[in-house]
Write a protein that binds this ligand. Structure first.
Ligand code: ADP
Length: 267
């Protein structure tokens, strides 16, 4: 009858609302779980260097008290070590503050000054090459220099993130190539940095979600550690510079991330 039909319809609607709620609950649970993993990793990352700074300070103090640290050279080396660990921690904390700011939808205060993107890329390539023996990390560019006006520390973080991902998600090794070039598009000039690897790649249907906060692709989740926040921050930083980031990838073949940054001049 008509009443039965109406009732059935109501039941179907209720069931669909229940399913939606259930999915929402599961998503929320997943997000909470990921956040606590993220916090655990962050505190671990900050605690270790702090323990070593404390240890070094106490050691220097004991040596001074005993009077067996008359060797000024050794004293300076110890203090330099403390200084460099503290500098690294301060950069990590700034990165966390940025992440929190971006998460709340607040813009970053960019510290924009001219710098040479080619030498920054070269420096980061050399730095990351030293961290791996499995990969051949290299810079390819025809440009002697490429000076633009961006926030150097933030762009350094962007490129560092892309480089360490390229290495991390190529567990078998392979080439990691960074190119720096210029492009003309949308009536203006762009500085473009590509980071290409021959690693695991990203499943095609997951590509659109790769820049979402906490998102990790199914081919790495549970196998390679990570938090899924790096690329979300990378995209925000690039976009706040008026730039954009894109990715092409083939699962099992490798990926290329391209960062486009506006060059000074007529827009
Ligand atoms: P994390 O590396 O901590 O998981 P990211 O935000 O940097 O977080 O990256 C998000 C996800 O994007 C990664 O979990 C991984 O699935 C995928 N990804 C990023 N870079 C690469 C890459 N070079 N090759 C393959 N997958 C990548």
């Amino acid at each position: 009858t008509l009443r039965d039909q109406a009732m059935l319809l109501q039941i179907a609607q209720l069931a669909s609302v229940a399913t939606d709620n259930f999915q929402l609950l599961r998503q929320t649970q997943e997000a909470v779980q990921m956040r606590s993993e993220f916090l655990a990793m962050v505190s671990h990352d900050l605690k270790n260097p702090l323990v070593s700074v404390k240890g070094m300070a106490q050691l220097l103090r004991r040596q001074l008290e005993r009077g067996d640290c008359l060797d000024v050279q050794r004293l300076i080396e110890g203090l330099d070590k403390i200084d460099s660990v503290a500098t690294r921690m301060s950069a990590q904390i700034n990165e966390l503050l940025d992440t929190a700011r971006l998460q709340m939808g607040e813009p970053l205060e960019l510290d924009v000054r001219p710098f040479d993107l080619v030498s920054l890329a070269r420096q980061l390539v050399e730095q990351h090459a030293r961290t791996t023996s499995k990969h051949n990390v290299e810079l390819r560019t025809d440009l002697g220099e490429l000076v633009g006006e961006w926030d150097q520390l933030r762009i350094e973080r962007v490129l560092s993130n892309l480089l360490s991902n390229a290495i991390k998600y190529s567990p078998e090794g392979g080439d990691v190539v960074v190119t720096v070039r210029t492009e003309e598009a949308d009536g203006r000039s762009w500085a473009v940095v590509d980071v290409t690897d021959q690693g695991l790649g990203i499943p095609a249907r997951e590509l659109p979600r790769i820049f979402d906060r906490f998102y990790r692709a199914s081919n790495v989740e549970g196998r390679i550690g990570g938090t899924g926040v790096g690329l979300a921050s990378v995209r925000m930083i690039v976009e706040q510079h008026g730039g954009r980031i894109s990715v092409t990838s083939q699962e099992g073949q490798g990926s290329t991330f391209s960062v486009w940054l506006p060059l000074p001049g007529a827009a």
